[in-house]
Design a protein around this ligand. Structure first.
Ligand SMILES: O=C(O)CC1=NCN=C1
Ligand SMILES: [Zn+2]
Length: 420
C-alpha cells in the first residue's frame, strides 16, 4: 500500500494528453484518454496514473471522488497581455459605430491609451491588477500562461511590466513565461521615426537578457505599425541576442507576417486571420506553431476567422489562446475560446483539447513541464463539472472548472454556493 498526498478516484474520462512533442495536423485528432481513471499525487508530482482497479494500492491524506467527471491537465494560455494599466470600455462605443481598430490606434487611442495608463500606474498597483486577472484565469482552469509587455514603449515602463510578470511568476500559483513586446506600437514621441524607436527597444534587450526578464521577443507586424521589413530586421537582431521569437502576424491586414515567422523559425506566429495559402504551407513545413485567437476576431466584429481547418488539414501545429488584453479581447476565459474554436474555427473537440494543452505548452517552450499528465511531472490538473471532453466546448460562456490543482496543491475550488 503506497501513501500519497492526494488520490483522485472515479474519473469518468482522464485526458492525459501524453505526447513526445506538439501534435500537428491530423495528429491533433488523437486524444490519449483513460476511462474510469485514477491519479495519485505525491510531493507536488504525479505519482501514478491508472484506473480504479489500482484504487486499493494507495492510501491518501486527501481522496477526491470525481463522481465520473472529466479530468485534464491544467490549461495553458500561450498568448496574453495580462500586465496593463487601466481599461478601454470607452472604445466600445467607437467599435459599435464601426470605427476600425487600426483607426482608433491611428487617432492615438487603442494600445496608446493603455500605454498612457501603464506608464502612470505604480509597479505595486500594476502587480495587484495583474494578480487579480491571474486569480480569475486560475479559477478557470489555467495553470500556465505567457505574459507580454508592450504597454510601456519606453525602457522604464517596459521593464516595469516585465518585472511585475517575473514577480508574479515567483509569487502566484500560475507559471508565467514572459515575452518582450516593446515593438507593440509607435509611441507619439517617435511618431515619425519608427526605425529609431525600434533601435530604442533593441537597446533594452541586453538588460532583459541579463536579468532574465523575458524568453521571447514579439512584434506587431501590421498596417500603420511595423512593416514586414522592419520586423525582419528587428527580430533577426533579437534572435542573434538569444531570444526565441513570436510575431503578431496577419491579424487584420495580410502583410505576410506568417511567411516572415517561418523564415525566421519563430516558435509561434499568432492571429493569422489573413494568412495566405503560401503562409499556411510554410507553417506546415517549418513547424512554427500557429497560435489562433478567435476571441479577438469575435470581439473586433470580424466575419472572417483564421483558416484553422485548412491549417490542420495541411499539417500545421495549432494552439489556441485568449489574447487577453484591454482593447481587442478583454476576457480571461480560455474555455470561451474553446467554444469559439468549435463554433467559428470548426475545430473538433479532440483538436481543441490538444490546442489548449500540449500544443499551447510547446508554443511557450514548456512542453517539458506543462500540457500533459505524466508520472514524475508537476501535478497541474483540473476536475471539470462536465461528463465528457466533448461537453466543454459545447456549453459556452460559463466556468466549468470545479477544482484546480497546481503542483499538487488544491488552489481553486468552485464554491458550494447553489448559484455558483
Ligand atoms: O489592442 C491591444 O491592446 C492588444 C493588441 N495588440 C495587437 N492587437 C491587439
Ligand atoms: Zn496579442
Amino acid at each position: 500500500m503506497q501513501h500519497v498526498d492526494i488520490l483522485l478516484i472515479n474519473i469518468g474520462q482522464l485526458l492525459t494528453m501524453e505526447s513526445l512533442g506538439p501534435r500537428a495536423g491530423k495528429e491533433m485528432q488523437k486524444l490519449p484518454m483513460i476511462e474510469d481513471g485514477l491519479v495519485a499525487i505525491s510531493k507536488g508530482k504525479i505519482a501514478y496514473i491508472g484506473t480504479s482497479d489500482s484504487r486499493n494500492d494507495f492510501k491518501a491524506d486527501i481522496i477526491i471522488d470525481c463522481e465520473g467527471k472529466l479530468v485534464t491537465p491544467g490549461l495553458v494560455d500561450p498568448h496574453t497581455h495580462v500586465v496593463f494599466g487601466g481599461s478601454r470600455e470607452h472604445e466600445m462605443t467607437l467599435k459599435q459605430q464601426g470605427i476600425p481598430y487600426l483607426d482608433i490606434l491611428k487617432q492615438g487611442g487603442g494600445i496608446l491609451s493603455t500605454v498612457t495608463k501603464t506608464r502612470d500606474v505604480s509597479k505595486e498597483d500594476l502587480y495587484k491588477k495583474a494578480r487579480f486577472h491571474l486569480d480569475r484565469m486560475l479559477s478557470h482552469g489555467v495553470t500556465t500562461i505567457e505574459a507580454k509587455s508592450g504597454y510601456g514603449l519606453d525602457r522604464q515602463t517596459e521593464l516595469k511590466q516585465l518585472k511585475v510578470a517575473k514577480q508574479l511568476n515567483e509569487t502566484h500559483s500560475i507559471d508565467l513565461v514572459s515575452t518582450f513586446l516593446g515593438a507593440h506600437a509607435i509611441p507619439k514621441e517617435y511618431k515619425e521615426e519608427p526605425e529609431a524607436f525600434l533601435q530604442e527597444m533593441l537597446a533594452i534587450l541586453g538588460q532583459i537578457k541579463t536579468e532574465e526578464l523575458a524568453e521571447f521577443v514579439d512584434i506587431f507586424t501590421e498596417t500603420g505599425v511595423f512593416t514586414v521589413e522592419q520586423s525582419r530586421k528587428y527580430l533577426a537582431e533579437a534572435k542573434a541576442l538569444g531570444f526565441d521569437l513570436k510575431i503578431h502576424a496577419d491579424e487584420i491586414d495580410p502583410l505576410g507576417g506568417t511567411e516572415l515567422a517561418c523564415e525566421l523559425c519563430a516558435v509561434t506566429a499568432d492571429h493569422l486571420v489573413g494568412a495566405s495559402d503560401e503562409g499556411i504551407k510554410r507553417l506546415a513545413e517549418s513547424g512554427t506553431i500557429a497560435v489562433l485567437l478567435p476571441g479577438t476576431t469575435f470581439y473586433l466584429g470580424k466575419d472572417t476567422f483564421a483558416r484553422a481547418r485548412k491549417m490542420i488539414d495541411e499539417g500545421v501545429i495549432v494552439a489556441l489562446a485568449t489574447d487577453f488584453n484591454p482593447g481587442s479581447c478583454p476576457t480571461e476565459n480560455l474555455q470561451l475560446i474553446m467554444s469559439f474554436a468549435a463554433l467559428k474555427l470548426k475545430m473538433t473537440p479532440e483538436e481543441i483539447w490538444n490546442a489548449v494543452t500540449i500544443n499551447a505548452a510547446h508554443a511557450i517552450n514548456r512542453g517539458d513541464v506543462a500540457g500533459q499528465l505524466v508520472i514524475g511531472r508537476q501535478a497541474d490538473l483540473v476536475i471539470w463539472d462536465v461528463p465528457n471532453y466533448q461537453y466543454l466546448p459545447y456549453h459556452y460562456g460559463v466556468n466549468h472548472a470545479n477544482t484546480v490543482i497546481k503542483r499538487g496543491e488544491i488552489v481553486s475550488k468552485r464554491s458550494n454556493h447553489p448559484d455558483s
